[in-house]
Design a protein around this ligand. Structure first.
Ligand SMILES: Cc1cc2nc3c(=O)[nH]c(=O)nc-3n(C[C@H](O)[C@H](O)[C@H](O)COP(=O)(O)OP(=O)(O)OC[C@H]3O[C@@H](n4cnc5c(N)ncnc54)[C@H](O)[C@@H]3O)c2cc1C
Length: 328
């Protein structure tokens, strides 16, 4: 078995960010294993994206282009991917830990009868050429290292954790078009339409900066000030479960154990106490800023910068200062 494969997930006709992060890590993995790095691209009319994958470091692109693959469905994608793996026998298969990756990877692993390390935050190659994955457990309180002995060694990788690679302009990859054979049983689900919640909102799990609000925001009408700060910073807006349960924010915005796990460069928590279940979703952020009127709020234990004060006074001042700094 040979080959390091990365599933090239697309969204809105573009390769998602974590694919670049995985391909960049795969260059090192491939060099250590002495194996080529390939991207596996499924979709309809997506051949033009092969160039982007080459720029990210893929030496080869396996392209399954078929009208039935235009929108993701678990049955069809699992069938195509599992068949490809059986045919080519790669030794590694990586997915982003996105909504699609979290759905597809276990399904492919089950079809192949191999293990899967999910939501990994690190990967190394050991002395026996096995991948050693790092993954947080117990809501981020402990970290385990996991080795899957079966091949392909499969994992989903948390977005924003591994460093992305510089894009190599003009790079090219061998594109191998693969035959797609889907029967009735593989086409049980038809996705007719994907409705978007809001125009060009930055996806939380991919955001580099997140401004998040909790119960301290007091009501949905006050999130406008977080939206304004987010706009200045090019950030996404998140929320605690308390805010979501109160109906102030959509469930898509929830950060935490039962929400999304995020790993931005900067996380600004406004009126969030820092319950363990919230920390499970954001404590690996590179820099955490907390604004809370209670000096004993647990969020300050994980914060790099803490502002003890009334967020309704602090946030507008911060936003104005950020506007000035970023305009310079
Ligand atoms: C199984 C399970 C799963 C869970 N999953 C999640 C999850 O995924 N995500 C999540 O977030 N929670 C989750 N929770 C809930 C979690 O335990 C907390 O209840 C929740 O995170 C609290 O949200 P909060 O910090 O916004 O509210 P609170 O704990 O009520 O904190 C509000 C904070 O705002 C501050 N504040 C109030 N007014 C102001 C002001 N004017 N200026 C500045 N600060 C102010 C207060 O001092 C306080 O610290 C889960 C719980 C369970 C049991």
């Amino acid at each position: 078995m040979s080959g390091v494969w990365v599933f090239a997930e697309t969204r809105d006709g573009k390769i998602i960010k974590v694919v670049n992060e995985m391909l960049n890590a795969s260059k090192d993995i491939g060099a250590k294993l002495g194996e080529d790095v390939s991207a596996v691209l499924l979709g309809s009319g997506v051949e033009a994206l092969a160039g982007d994958l080459a720029a990210m470091g893929a030496k080869k692109v396996l392209l399954a282009d078929d009208a039935n693959l235009e929108k993701y469905t678990p049955d069809a994608y699992t069938k195509v991917l599992a068949d490809l793996v059986k045919q080519h026998e790669p030794s590694v298969l990586l997915f982003g830990n996105s909504a699609v990756g979290k759905d597809l990877a276990p399904s492919v692993a089950a079809r192949l009868g191999v293990g899967l390390c999910s939501d990994c935050t690190g990967v190394e190659v050991d002395g026996e050429n096995r991948l050693v994955f790092t993954r947080p457990v117990y809501a981020g309180k402990a970290v385990t290292t996991v080795v899957c002995n079966e091949k392909p060694q499969m994992a989903t990788i948390r977005p924003n954790v591994l460093p992305p690679g510089e894009l190599e302009a003009g790079a090219s990859a061998d594109v191998e078009k693969v035959a797609v054979e889907l029967g009735e049983a593989d086409l049980r689900t038809v996705v007719r339409e994907i409705l978007k919640l809001a125009g060009d909102k930055v996806e939380l799990t991919e955001a580099d900066v997140i401004v998040s609000g909790g119960r301290g925001m007091k009501g949905p009408e006050n999130y406008g000030m977080l939206e304004e700060m987010a706009e200045v910073l090019g950030a996404a807006v998140g929320a605690s479960r308390a805010a979501v349960d109160a109906g102030w924010r959509d469930h898509h915005d929830q950060v935490g154990q039962t929400g999304k796990v995020v790993n931005p460069s900067l996380y600004i928590a406004c009126g969030i106490s820092g319950a363990i279940q919230h920390l499970a979703g954001m404590k690996t952020a590179k820099v955490i800023v907390a604004i809370n009127k209670d000096p004993d709020a647990p969020i300050f234990k994980v914060a790099d910068y803490g502002i003890v004060g009334d967020l309704f006074k602090v946030v507008p001042i911060m936003t104005e200062e950020l506007k000035k700094i970023l305009a310079e």
